[in-house]
Design a protein around this ligand. Structure first.
Ligand code: HEC
Length: 187
């Protein structure tokens, strides 16, 4: 969902959003304490179109994650690279959002949601690189971090659908870039 922070074409938008995520994490550090993650479900505030697109994207991401798992444990590095890149590029949403949709999305979700999304995309870009460099240990580490980010966002913002995550004890660092964690500490 790198489309969120920029209206530019996909690739540049994604790069820009990676920078923006880190910058936002530094600026908004105060708002990122663990307590702020006990948040409200976002779905009721999304337009029907956005809800539909988000759902489709999530299903695609989960499929890609399954394929990546299988590829990592069998050393199929090219597949890890390709699917990591596919998550980064976020197939459907990036292509189907109008400017108005982007505005709607920004208005509907809190900044932390967008930061978590940005961080997931940052991780998936790193995973694509780890696929390219045939670095299995790094692939495994990044896969775990990506899984943490799924759980962190779902347990904060999608508890209306994933009730089992409602009372989950989620470590504060999950789903957050290291820069965000540092600035959030001690507040
Ligand atoms: C920034 C927040 C966020 C992150 C990160 C995130 N999700 Fe989601 N996910 C959502 C939201 C919101 C929904 C609910 C969509 C709906 O039902 O309208 C959802 C729903 C889903 C669903 C249910 C789709 C369906 O309706 O059948 C799956 C599967 C899913 N996510 C997979 C993942 C995976 C895998 C990851 C990590 C690689 C991930 N998500 C990361 C926000 C997130």
């Amino acid at each position: 969902m790198c489309y969120v922070t920029s209206k530019r074409p996909l690739d540049r938008a994604c790069h820009r959003s990676r920078t923006a995520v880190i910058a936002a994490g530094t600026v908004l550090g105060l708002g990122l304490s663990a307590a702020s993650l006990a948040a409200e479900p976002v779905r009721p505030d999304l337009t029907p179109k956005l809800q539909g697109l988000l759902k489709k994207e999530m299903i695609q991401i989960e499929l890609a994650m399954h394929e990546i798992y299988s590829a990592i444990i069998q050393g199929r590095h090219a597949v890890v690279a390709e699917k990591g890149q596919a998550i980064h590029d976020s197939f459907i949403l990036a292509q189907s959002l109008t400017d108005e949709d982007r505005q709607d999305l920004k208005a509907a979700v809190p900044p932390e949601f967008l930061q978590m999304d940005g961080y997931l995309h940052e991780l998936s870009a790193s995973l694509a690189e780890a696929g390219q460099s045939r670095d299995t240990a790094r692939q495994v580490a990044l896969y775990a971090q990506m899984t943490e980010s799924c759980v962190a966002c779902h347990s904060a913002y999608v508890t209306d659908r994933f009730e089992g995550l409602q009372d989950a004890e989620i470590p504060a660092g999950w789903g957050r870039a290291p820069a965000e964690q540092e600035s959030g500490q001690g507040d």
